[in-house]
Design a protein around this ligand. Structure first.
Ligand code: S3P
Length: 168
């Protein structure tokens, strides 16, 4: 495997963090979760950033973090669910030769996995399931456009890692 970063994208709940850390172990690369990277820099959780400063501010922090990480090598990066829906972030990763992988799950599986979750500010709303479906439909074409590889993320984390390694 070459040392160009691998960037995992996909909808909230698709397993970017779980699969990313496993993939990093298997490839000997370093793992970075983009949301955790931002939280560490800001000394605040993503929920606190959204609540105190709004989504636009979070997106600016996310853009800066994506540009910083894109400039490094040898990383497996778990992007946030929204990161690769912004062309400037896709461009930043692509321009450094990062390999972008979409972890594809259905909106039904996402809704199931996120049922009890309270850490995603975008989903703290009464019409959560319908909103997941709507957001998923808006985002899927953007994820597909960004990604050079699409893997079925309904399989086990081990299998998904094997699929990614075999394809890259
Ligand atoms: C977001 C997804 C979250 C986090 C933030 C916004 C999104 O990351 O970046 O809550 O826009 O889909 P995860 O996909 O890791 O939950």
């Amino acid at each position: 495997m070459n040392r160009k970063n691998i960037v995992l994208c996909g909808f909230m709940g698709c397993g970017k963090t779980t699969i990313g850390s496993l993939l990093a172990k298997k490839t000997g690369m370093a793992f970075i979760d983009l949301d955790k990277y931002i939280e560490k820099q800001e000394h605040k959780t993503v929920s606190e950033i959204f609540a105190e400063s709004g989504e636009a501010h979070f997106r600016m922090l996310e853009r800066n973090a994506a540009a910083e990480l894109a400039a490094k090598n040898g990383l497996v990066i778990a992007a946030g669910g929204g990161t690769l829906t912004f062309p400037e972030n896709v461009d930043a990763f692509r321009s450094n030769g990062c390999r972008i992988v979409l972890l594809d799950i259905s909106p039904e599986v996402a809704a199931q996995r996120l049922r009890h979750d309270t850490t995603r500010p975008l989903l703290n709303r009464p019409d959560k399931d319908e909103y997941i479906k709507k957001l998923y439909e808006q985002r899927l074409p953007l994820y597909r456009e960004a990604a050079g590889l699409v893997v079925n993320a309904d399989a086990s984390p081990m299998q998904i890692c094997r699929d990614i390694i075999a394809e890259l």
